[in-house]
Design a protein around this ligand. Structure first.
Ligand code: G1P
Length: 292
């Protein structure tokens, strides 16, 4: 079985829900406390053993490339001033054994199309997809969500997608799966549909932004037509895969923050600030002092 070597990060979206903050800055660079969203996702992939990061970018995304590149001037300045801890922090963003590749998605044709732009960089192997909008935290002391999925993939040998249960009135925001129980926290997927109405949803199990996908998915995306919202959907590519191969849905251990929405972004900010080693304690006292 192939090891998972490559992670694809679709980051070409316009981020209109966060205007005006995203007028000139990519939404993936918005920070939760002191780290941009994209960094949380890249660290998750790195911790899961992945070393090749592929970013599917678009216009206005240059700062993502800079973020994972060597910052020569900053580093020599910090070095000259003896700011060793900060220097190490800056250098840790681009570990020597991590490779970053950037490919442009020239037109916003959907998530399926974005992933297809990375096909030639995935070496014919299964690969991971991480949506940085979904900030995922594993359980305290346990493996992160993608690592859990890699472990499931290593047992099963086929595609694995992360799912969580959502309220019925939220199903129209997600890819929704249904299937039969097949091991702990696992379902063998029989149906998957993008953004169904509550009446048409086959379940309340929603796809979270983490996938491990067989290379065959590309063939299906290439063949399929436009799906929900007039876009080329990754979900439809996975639906195509179901005819030929097993796909498992994995109910992850941990928590997802929907940082594509203002509420989710604020929840992540508050909860991660409370966990932060530097500011957590004083921030907790501050929150307690508020007359809410
Ligand atoms: C995308 C996927 C959807 C998935 C969701 C998770 O939707 O198309 O299937 O459930 O991410 O966040 P988007 O949030 O881009 O509309």
């Amino acid at each position: 079985m192939n090891k998972i070597n490559t992670a694809v990060f679709p980051v070409a979206g316009l981020g209109t829900r966060f205007l005006p903050a995203t007028k000139a800055n990519p939404k993936e660079m918005l920070p939760i406390v002191d780290k941009p969203l994209i960094q949380y996702a890249v660290e998750e992939a790195y911790e899961a053993g992945i070393r090749h990061m592929v970013f599917v970018t678009g216009r206005n995304k240059r700062s993502i490339e800079d973020h994972f590149d060597t910052a020569y001037e900053l580093e020599s300045e910090l070095e000259a001033n003896g700011k060793t801890a900060m220097l190490e922090l800056v250098r840790s963003l681009a570990p020597a054994d991590m490779d970053c590749t950037y490919v442009r998605q020239a037109r916003a044709l959907g998530l399926g199309h974005a992933v297809l732009c990375a096909e030639h960089l995935t070496n014919g192997e299964p690969f991971a997809v991480l949506l940085a909008d979904d900030l995922m935290q594993g359980e305290a002391g346990g493996p992160n969500v993608l690592k859990q999925m890699v472990q499931a993939y290593e047992r099963l040998g086929n595609s694995v997608i992360a799912v969580q249960e959502v309220p019925l009135d939220h199903v129209k925001r997600y890819g929704i799966v249904a299937g039969v129980a097949d091991g702990e926290r696992l379902l063998k997927v029989q149906h998957i549909v993008e953004k169904p109405s509550p009446e048409k949803a086959p379940s309340r199990l929603a796809v979270a932004g983490r996938y491990i996908l067989s290379h065959a998915v590309f063939g299906h995306i290439r063949k399929q037509g436009k799906g929900a919202g007039g876009e080329l959907q990754l979900t439809d590519g996975i639906a195509g895969l179901l005819a030929d191969e097993a796909v498992h849905a994995y109910t992850y251990l941990g928590k997802r923050y929907d940082c594509g929405s203002k509420e989710g972004f604020l929840e992540a900010t508050i909860e991660l600030a409370l966990q932060h080693p530097e500011v957590g304690e004083s921030f907790r006292s501050y929150l307690k002092s508020l007359q809410l």
